[in-house]
Design a protein around this ligand. Structure first.
Ligand code: ADP
Ligand code: MG
Length: 538
């Protein structure tokens, strides 16, 4: 009896499904494509990318994370690579290109093994074992560094900025960054990068960048009659309004004749006068208010010679508290001298056509500002990214007190250790561990390629130097010779390397384990409004 087999559909119409090797191949190809994009930006001789969004805004950058973030990548496994960059950015603040390039190379080498019929789970396992070996090796090899080693810290900051827009002023910027870090570090040696505020301003040159031992607020005093500069400022921080809430009044008062109206106005005036009186009584000569200040209050404050700023964001209030030691309060009546903070100077500062309030010369500032200057908007933006990388690196270094040699030195040293470890294994896992060791060489190789050097020659020389026990032998990208990266001051925090290896390994494993991609059909998108949605997420 003939049987009629009907095809069975388990997925809705329009879904796409790829299995097995096809799924792996497409996933790997997409992820590799992402890595390939940022590869040419690696290192001091790396090139920049120009990103133009749909409304024509332009970003010129060398920063791996910024490039990937702005690219609006859609492919799901390509997106996973972008996440590596994001994690690296959040955890360390630098080394995003490194992490992504390593992931790309791990996947490329995995592809080779797949074509030799090594099972993906074996590769994943081998990679994980190699990754653990890599991290423990580099941890052991790393050099101790403390907050007293300002010279070395300066070098770390400078390494982060080499080859970026900040290059021309990197010595000076490094000094500002390290000083800022030392000022904000707490007793336990921890540094919160949020305590180092980066403020950028177009105008003058990079050399005019400065460290403000305190805060630069993009706010002006509220009344022209107030002094523009106050020495030995005693600062009150008030997280409510200096006005009478209209709603309170609406609810309670019913005015029947004109004399009542006058009484009401008088009462309101008295309440405001009392508020200002309370501020003055505490001894404050500067006051930052989180909400609004009544016009009359502004007038009274100015008559008392008090410098006042209104509508200060919560974030800035916290920073002001950290920088000046003031206590944030909403209780005006009990405002006392002990609630006040101190700053050597509070003054108006004109930068270009904007007026800022500078709260400087704080005694023990736990929150500081680096004012970044540069000739054009594109320059200051890229400067800020480089400075923020360096701040991240200093913080990462101080967090565990360890650093390593850069310029490819650390990667070669780790690769050697992993290769040695492979000899203790057998079979297919050994192949995977060896593939991992090879993959790490992508960093020195890319540094060489980007510098226009012959990567094979350079790698051979580098490896020979490491064989002779020069553990920080790296590439001098300017001369093409082998140098001692540590002695030459090309130094990076240990955490850049461990974090990069960790996330690259994890994501590679994740991608390798996928053998089936089921994509539902895209729902019809509503038409875009004309000219809208053009933002680059800046
Ligand atoms: P990432 O986003 O990974 O930080 P970078 O473009 O900042 O990418 O490049 C970092 C790489 O450049 C590191 O491997 C670092 O050791 C290397 N590097 C930095 N300065 C030098 C230098 N002067 N000589 C050689 N290599 C350097
Ligand atoms: Mg970097």
């Amino acid at each position: 009896m003939a049987q009629n087999y009907q095809p069975i559909f388990i997925l809705p119409e329009g879904s796409e499904r790829t299995y097995g090797k096809d799924a792996q191949r497409t996933n790997i190809a997409a992820a590799k494509a992402v890595a390939e994009t940022v590869r040419t930006t690696l290192g001091p001789k790396g090139m920049d990318k120009m990103l133009v969004n749909s409304i024509g805004d332009v970003i010129i950058t060398n920063d791996g994370y910024t490039i990937l973030d702005e690219m609006d990548i859609e492919h799901p496994s390509a997106k996973m690579i972008v996440e590596i960059a994001k994690t690296q950015q959040d955890e360390v603040g630098d080394g995003t290109t490194t992490a992504v390039v390593i992931a790309g190379e791990l996947l490329k080498n995995a592809e080779n093994l797949l074509s030799q019929d090594v099972h993906p789970t074996v590769i994943a396992k081998g990679y994980r074992m190699a990754g653990e070996q890599a991290m423990s090796t580099i941890e052991k090899l790393s050099e101790p560094i403390s907050k007293e080693d300002t010279k070395l810290l300066n070098k770390i900051a400078m390494t982060a900025m080499t080859g970026k827009a900040a290059e021309m002023a990197r010595e000076q910027l490094a000094e500002l960054i390290v000083k800022a870090a030392i000022l904000t570090i707490d007793e336990s040696g921890k540094l919160d990068t949020d305590d180092i505020k980066l403020e950028k301003k177009v105008g003058f040159g990079v050399d005019d960048s400065e460290l403000i031992e305190g805060i630069l607020l993009d706010k002006e005093k509220v009344h022209s009659g107030m002094p523009s500069s106050i020495k030995n400022a005693k600062i009150a921080l008030i997280d409510k309004e200096l006005e009478i809430k209209k709603t309170e009044i609406d609810a309670n008062i019913e005015i029947k004749d004109p004399s009542q109206m006058q009484a009401f106005i008088d009462m309101e005036e008295k309440m405001i006068r009392d508020m200002v009186e309370n501020v003055a009584k505490s001894g404050a000569n500067v006051v930052f208010v989180q909400k609004g200040i009544d016009d009359l209050a502004k007038h009274f404050l100015s008559k008392k010679g008090i410098f006042a700023v209104e509508r200060v964001s919560d974030d800035n209030m916290q920073k002001l508290a950290k920088a000046t030691g003031a206590k944030i309060t909403n209780n005006l009546r009990d405002l006392a001298a002990t609630d006040l903070g101190f700053a050597g100077i509070v003054e108006e500062k004109k930068l270009g056509d904007e007026t800022f309030t500078l709260i400087g010369k704080c005694k023990n500032p736990r929150s500081v500002t680096i004012l970044i200057r540069g000739g054009t908007p594109h320059v200051v933006d890229e400067l800020e990214r480089a400075v923020s990388d360096a701040v991240g690196d200093i913080s990462a270094t101080l967090s565990n007190g360890k650093a390593v040699g850069g310029a490819g030195a650390a990667e070669i040293e780790i690769s050697r250790a992993v290769r040695k470890y492979a000899t203790t294994l057998s079979g297919r896992e050994q192949l995977a561990v060896l593939a991992f060791a090879d993959a790490l060489e992508v960093i020195p190789r890319t540094l060489a390629e980007n510098a226009g050097l012959d990567p094979i020659d350079v790698l051979t020389e580098l490896k020979a130097a490491h064989d002779k026990g020069q553990k920080w032998a790296g590439i001098d990208v300017f001369s093409g010779k082998v140098m001692d990266a540590w002695k030459q001051g090309v130094i990076e925090p240990l955490k850049i390397k461990t974090q990069a290896i960790k996330s690259a390994t994890e994501v590679t494993e994740l991608i390798l384990r996928i053998d089936d991609v089921i994509a539902s059909s895209k729902k019809g998108m509503p038409p875009m409004p004309q000219g809208g949605m053009g933002g680059m997420g800046m």
